[in-house]
Design a protein around this ligand. Structure first.
Ligand code: SF4
Length: 350
């Protein structure tokens, strides 16, 4: 198996190593250390495998003529001691992961887990629990580092750019004073320095940043999931038939600002300047849709959030021209690295 640092170095090649990249890489390296004992107890069967299965009407058991369920699991593990199969899901979050955090009760209703377990059942894998692996992103931001002179003394300049001495004139002043216009001279922490600081923080407090929990799924949970999925598919068809995709202003700034805020509030249009048509609605999947549309977990979440959001993501796929926002980029880089590392544990079929 390849060392995580080698995987990170190879992945970094040719890419811009900025602060977001540095933080994502620190998350990955810290996580491999925290996750190693879990891996020692498991075999890795699959990583990032995609599935589709019929969306069923829970009353009649007839398959939808418009949608199929689709998705991609992070991993499938086998517990070595018991032989039990477990779905592996990893997430990055800014939320606290303490035992009394709201993060955990929400998982009882998490539709993604149930949908993925059903996806595995359809592929013939008997899986009834999930190893939910969560990485908390440290809130640390790149800091400003004081510039030092040849003697290791900090540098403070006044409004005219002259270096400032202490009151008695014996030493150089080393602290700022905004009222007097004294400014401490600094430089931005480099991505490499930032990476070391973030990784050091996680290594000192692993329990704060890395938590794994087993989440069971009962048959009743799966049935409820199927009812929810069917109901959402019917809502999509209703909005589509009516040609109406109402906005939900309560959701525009509920979890950070929605990526389509400028569009919906009439300050931009899909003209290639701030927004452009997106080539592929389900860019996370390599499987190409056949005659039936994919109903993924992201798609269901989009409709729950706001029907206009669903329209812009899946009916007339649209994307902002600007760079991916930081949280999304961190999650994408972390998942890509975790995927590469976990693949090195898959035993070749004899
Ligand atoms: S898509 Fe919905 S949530 Fe997003 S900005 Fe428009 S109305 Fe608000």
């Amino acid at each position: 198996m390849t060392a995580p640092t080698q995987i990170a170095e190879a992945f970094r090649e040719g890419k811009t190593y900025d602060h977001v990249f540095a933080k994502s890489e620190a998350l990955f390296l810290g996580w491999t250390e925290a996750f190693a004992p879990v891996l020692a107890d498991h075999e890795v069967i699959e990583v990032e495998s995609e599935f589709t299965y019929p969306l069923l009407n829970p009353e009649t058991e007839a398959a939808s003529r418009t949608f199929v369920e689709a998705g991609k699991i992070d991993g499938l593990l086998r517990h070595k001691a018991s032989g039990r199969l477990r779905l592996l899901e990893h997430k990055t979050t800014g939320d606290g992961l303490e035992p009394d955090s709201d993060y955990w009760p929400k998982l009882a209703m998490d539709s993604q887990i149930s949908g993925y377990i059903l996806g595995l059942h359809h592929r013939g894998f008997e899986v009834n629990d999930v190893l939910y692996d969560v990485v908390r992103k440290p809130a640390h931001r790149p800091s400003n580092i004081p510039l030092l002179d040849d003697t290791g003394t900090k540098i403070v300049l006044d409004a005219s750019g002259q270096r400032v001495r202490t009151k008695d004139g014996k030493k150089w002043r080393e602290s700022a004073d905004s009222a007097l216009g004294y400014v401490l001279q600094t430089r931005e922490e480099t991505p490499v320095e930032y990476h070391r600081r973030v990784l050091g923080e996680m290594r000192e407090n692993p329990a704060k940043y890395f938590v794994q929990k087993e989440i069971p799924r009962l048959d009743s949970d799966l049935l409820e999931y199927m009812q929810d999925a069917w109901a959402i598919s019917q809502q999509v068809l209703y909005f589509r038939k009516a040609g109406l995709w109402p906005r939900n202003p309560s959701a525009c700034t509920a979890f950070g600002t929605c990526e389509f805020f400028a569009l919906c509030s009439g300050r931009a249009s899909v003209d290639g300047v701030r927004f452009r048509p997106k080539q592929k609605a389900h860019s996370e999947l390599e499987t190409v849709p056949g005659e039936l549309e994919f109903l993924t977990n992201s798609r269901k979440s989009a409709l729950r959030k706001c029907s206009r959001y669903h329209f812009l993501r899946y009916e007339e796929p649209t994307e902002p021209v600007s760079e991916q926002e930081e949280a999304l980029r961190i999650g994408t880089i972390f998942h890509a690295l975790a995927d590469l590392w976990l693949r090195t544990f898959i035993k070749p079929q004899s």
